[in-house]
Write a new protein. Structure first.
Length: 505
């Protein structure tokens, strides 16, 4: 018995003492045999001769277009069904869009706050794009350099203040913000990024995690290092009874958060210069200056997200110029850069950051970075903005925006308040109890659905994101067109008032 139980001093193979190996014990591990699963074969060949000849026809009927949409088109932020009956747009002219039935729509939000120059593409833009397509349609920015890339960078260095003089050119605002996060982390060697709850920075995993509004819920899991801070303009409370008190308290809270998160862990604070999708929120006086000072105190970069407001939207060339003395370390922009005629964005960086990456890999890239055709488009768009005083025009129309918004607030009990900066405005919609008419993430109650319908019937086209109604038409709009747009919105708000029980039926 004692021998079978190993009571003696012997040992087995591999891990024990001396003696021979016991067959079947402590030997080389034998796994189950691998049995490859059977392939559920699917046909993957396509007979190219069978491609429909309809693709070579000049026009499709409405039924053919809607049929292809129903069968193959997929929506993005919302469910696909939400665009099932979206207008079939056919052409644009000035600040107007026209559907296939000829109905006119005033582009009330420059689509996604991007069609800054409207739909009459300047001749110089058409010529430059055509010439670049003919001469050299593509250069991968990691292998070659083009004249237009250098020209665009030089022009932006003149348009941006201080020593913001190094530039890369991604394809979208999302990509620009993604690159800015990468740059900040690699330059500082730190990981955390502070962003505000009322913010939007893009649709990738990284930039949605940086985003504060409800869209971050789609992709927040898995992204690390993003810490949310409260805006100086929160939803449900006030930092103080006036702007000075609110600014002081909000900055004190931010400094405490920086200390608790660890200054040595924070690479950057990333802020929209003017919060865009979250309601056109201008920081209270002194707030941005205080954030800049805190960043300097704790050796943290300040990133200004100018994707919506750059290139004149607010009546200044850059949104951060509304805050005297504030110079960001990194600036991102898109949309107005090329007036959305072609996809392009930019990240601008101050001299020390640029110099750091002279000998250190930046660590971000993309196939279409610095695409020469998109750059040719943007270069002429920016010069058009300068030659035609577009920024000054936006500033000059701010009093009209303020006057019209004030009249709407006074008339409509469904509108609590409004804001306007240049040609960037917003109305806050409320219910009969004085609360926001719906959460930003929805769903929309029946009165809001009727309001959306009334906007479309009155020829207002654009982003409708209750409880906010943005007012951000192309920067080329004239006063008559602007007042006409507000008159159309006013008629739709009559419907909302009635549907909410705030006005007689």
């Amino acid at each position: 018995g004692s021998e079978r139980c190993g009571g003696g001093g012997g040992g087995g193979g591999g891990g024990g003492g001396g003696g021979g190996r016991v067959p079947g014990v402590n030997g080389h591990f034998v796994p189950d045999p691998f049995v490859a699963p059977a392939l559920a074969a699917k046909e993957n060949a396509v007979e190219l001769s069978g491609i429909s000849r309809a693709h070579w026809e000049a026009t499709w009927s409405d039924a053919e277009v809607r049929g292809a949409q129903a069968a193959h088109v997929v929506g993005t932020w919302g469910a696909t069904g939400a665009i099932a009956e979206a207008p079939l747009l056919e052409r644009g002219e000035g600040v107007y869009l026209y559907d296939r039935a000829g109905k006119q729509y005033l582009d009330w939000t420059s689509q996604a706050i991007c069609t800054n120059l409207g739909y009459d593409v300047p001749a110089a833009v058409v010529e430059a794009v055509t010439a670049q397509l003919v001469k050299l349609p593509m250069v991968y920015g990691g292998l070659g350099v083009t004249e237009i890339r250098c020209r665009m960078a030089a022009l932006l260095a003149e348009l941006l203040p201080g020593d913001i003089e190094g530039f890369i050119f991604p394809s979208s605002g999302n990509e620009a913000n993604e690159a800015a996060v990468r740059i900040a982390r690699r330059y500082t060697g730190k990981h955390k990024i502070l962003t505000q709850y009322r913010s939007y920075h893009g649709g990738s995993a990284t930039t949605l995690a940086a985003t504060g509004d409800f869209r971050r819920w789609f992709a927040e899991v898995g992204a690390t290092g993003f810490v949310k801070m409260f805006n100086p303009t929160p939803f449900k409370f006030q930092w103080g009874e006036d702007e000075a008190a609110a600014t002081a308290t909000a900055l004190a809270a931010l400094e405490e958060q920086i200390l608790l998160e660890g200054p040595n862990e924070i690479a950057a604070v990333m802020l929209e210069s003017v919060v865009g999708a979250g309601g056109v929120l201008v920081a209270p006086e002194g707030y941005m200056q205080g954030v800049r000072a805190l960043c300097d105190k704790y050796d943290i970069l300040l990133v200004a997200d100018e994707v919506m407001v750059g290139f004149g939207r607010t009546g200044k060339f850059w949104g951060f110029q509304h805050y005297p003395g504030v110079l960001p370390d990194l600036v991102t922009s898109a949309k107005g850069l090329s007036a959305a005629y072609l996809p392009l964005s930019v990240v601008g960086m101050r001299r020390p950051i640029k110099e750091f990456f002279e000998t250190t890999p930046l660590g971000w890239g993309a196939t279409y970075q610095a695409h020469p055709v998109a750059l040719a488009c943007a270069y002429e768009c920016v010069k058009h903005v300068l030659d035609n005083d577009i920024v000054q025009h936006a500033a000059a129309l701010q009093p009209v925006m303020e006057q019209e918004i004030a009249a709407i607030v006074a008339k409509h009990p469904s509108v609590r308040q409004g804001r306007a900066l240049g040609l960037f405005g917003c109305l806050d919609l409320v219910d009969r109890h004085g609360h926001y008419v719906q959460p930003l993430q929805g769903p929309s109650p029946e009165p809001v659905l009727k309001f959306r319908q009334a906007l479309a019937e009155n020829g207002i086209y654009g982003l409708v994101r209750p409880p906010y109604i943005h007012c951000a038409p192309p920067l080329v709009i004239n006063e008559h067109e602007l007042r006409d747009g507000f008159a159309r919105v006013d008629k739709a708000l009559d419907v909302l008032d009635r549907e909410l029980g705030l006005a007689p039926p």
